[in-house]
Design a protein around this ligand. Structure first.
Ligand code: ME8
Length: 504
């Protein structure tokens, strides 16, 4: 059984989570469910990034001790993931002792092996991004090139990580593994970053105290990004036996804003630790609202819970993953959400299920006909097998929109097939066999759709299968699946519309 380790970024706790964070986690949850559907063993890690100057500032502003403050905000993240029914295996906090211990141990090891040295950092620092810059990289107004906020000039003694020592190896690795960073545009961006030149990384600060103390020099706290990236190790028990079972990650999902940290700093840190690199880093795009990135600092955040309450959890997942390619930016609007729900979900999928089950009730007494001999080889079953293969290909690339498009092609074709075969024109007395053949295949096609949409719409998938008289027990893994799970004889239930149309 293959083991797959999947990660999300760990989020800053200077404010509560919003739809952008939920997007990353829902996408990762979808992949986790997909691998489980294949029968793989999955470790899905998420968590919170709790140290650093930004968090310390916010805690102070609120008149709280940092630890108290972070303990409060962390709960809002954990509660949200529970409300959205995410299937993460663990939740790592950078204030967890297991994490603090791992960071200190790694810092010591890299120091002992000569990869960390003491020097002075002088230059601009963006507190919002918790990022060091060189003067030449600032924007035209000498602000942070990423978030365009004012930077602060710092001059302090700092430990540095000998990043430059590992750059040639990283360059070579990237050339040999063009799939390491996805999508392709982001891969090219990383090559460009390397072309522009990268320096050794300052990895400790002395001017504030909310961080992990450097083990051999407690005047210093570890730079928040160096601390945070190591969650991917500490979260699975580095350096213990559990860790080696899961390492390296199958995929690390991030937003495009934090590409540099994950595709340049992080691999160099892993090389220094003599660990394999993750198989893939996939950077997705941003959700925007009226042209602006949705972010806590712009104050235009959208609460994922509101959207889930209004439209349903499955519909929200479907919208986010179907609307844009996983890598592109997207605009969030109620109008678009309603359009997708009414179109794809209510008119196409919901309608097909309802219409087909109603026919089974009317023409076969509510019992799915026995599997006919031709059941496994006809135009609908052949199409479904082809679509299943396409779905797998797309999901392996985290191309959720295309994977869903494939499934909905099967929905559309099933609708068309039903229309063409027109069972309502047949007479049970004289055309019983043909009638059963059609009804059986339509039901099996719906079953196929329900099976494949599980990673994206788990509740709807279970609902449809239940209505077909199936349970989630003994479900064959994806790679072993073939047309014909329905045996015939299952009693169907029609039920309420799965996706009621929404009036604008
Ligand atoms: O960067 N659209 O944390 P963070 C899509 N702690 N995704 C969005 C988004 C939007 N508008 N806004 C945020 C950090 N995200 C660090 C990470 S990892 C070792 C440390 C998502 O709270 C997206 O995944 O600022 C982005 O990369 C992440 O939230 C940034 O979260």
């Amino acid at each position: 059984m293959a083991k797959r380790y999947l990660t999300t970024p760990i989020y800053y706790v200077n404010a509560e989570p919003h739809i952008g964070h939920a997007y990353t986690n829902l996408a990762t949850d979808t992949l986790a469910r997909y691998y489980r559907l294949k029968g793989d063993e999955v470790f899905f890690l998420t968590g919170t990034d709790e140290h650093g100057e930004k968090v310390e500032h916010t805690a102070k502003e609120q008149g709280q001790e940092p630890q108290n403050f972070v303990d409060g905000v962390v709960k809002t993240f954990q509660q949200l993931w529970d409300d959205l029914e995410l299937t993460h295996s663990d939740f790592i906090r950078t204030t967890d002792q297991r994490h603090v211990k791992a960071v200190q141990q790694i810092f010591q090891q890299l120091y002992d092996q000569g990869d960390i040295y003491l020097d002075t950092y002088e230059g601009p620092y963006c507190i919002h991004c918790e990022a060091y810059w060189t003067a030449g990289r600032l924007d035209e107004e000498d602000n942070c090139p990423d978030c365009h906020r004012e930077v602060k000039y710092i001059s302090e003694e700092s430990y540095f990580f000998r990043l430059t020592k590992y750059l040639p190896e990283l360059q070579k690795y990237l050339e040999e593994n063009p799939d390491f960073v996805r999508p392709e545009g982001r891969y090219n961006e990383v090559l460009k970053l390397l072309d522009q030149g990268v320096e050794d990384l300052s990895i400790s600060r002395t001017k504030f105290s909310w961080g992990i103390p450097v083990p051999f020099d407690t005047e210093h706290v570890v730079y928040v990004w160096f601390d945070a990236l190591l969650n991917y190790l500490s979260g699975i028990g580095y350096p213990g036996a559990e860790f080696s079972q899961w390492w390296p990650p199958e995929i690390q999902i991030i937003g495009k804003d934090i590409l540099r940290f994950h595709a340049v700093f992080w691999p160099c840190m892993l090389m220094a630790l003599d660990l394999d690199l993750p198989r893939r880093i996939h950077a997705h795009g941003w959700w925007t609202l009226r042209g602006d990135k949705i972010s806590k600092s712009l104050g235009n955040v959208v609460d994922p819970r509101d959207l889930a309450d209004r439209y349903g959890k499955d519909a929200l997942r479907y919208f986010l993953l179907k609307r844009i390619p996983f890598g592109a930016d997207g605009t969030l609007s109620d109008q678009d959400i309603v359009e997708v729900i009414n179109g794809d979900l209510a008119n196409n999928l919901g309608n097909l299920v309802n219409r087909s089950l109603t026919m089974v009730k009317k023409f076969a007494d509510g019992v799915i006909p026995q599997q006919p001999e031709q059941a496994t080889d006809n135009d609908l079953s052949n199409l479904a097998q082809k679509i299943r293969a396409e779905f797998i290909d797309e999901m392996e690339n985290a191309s959720f929109d295309r994977a869903l498009k494939a499934i909905f092609q099967l929905v559309a074709e099933t609708n068309r097939w039903l229309q063409e075969k027109a069972p309502w024109k047949l007479n049970r007395e004289t055309d019983g066999e043909q009638l059963d053949f059609i009804l059986y295949n339509i039901c099996e096609s719906i079953n196929e759709v329900a099976y494949l949409i599980e990673p994206v719409m788990p509740d709807s998938s279970a609902q449809i299968r239940q209505r077909l008289g199936l349970t989630e027990k003994n479900k064959a893994p994806l790679n072993e699946r073939s047309w014909g799970e329905l045996q015939g004889g299952e009693k169907i239930t029609i039920g309420q519309p799965l996706f009621p149309r929404i009036d604008r």
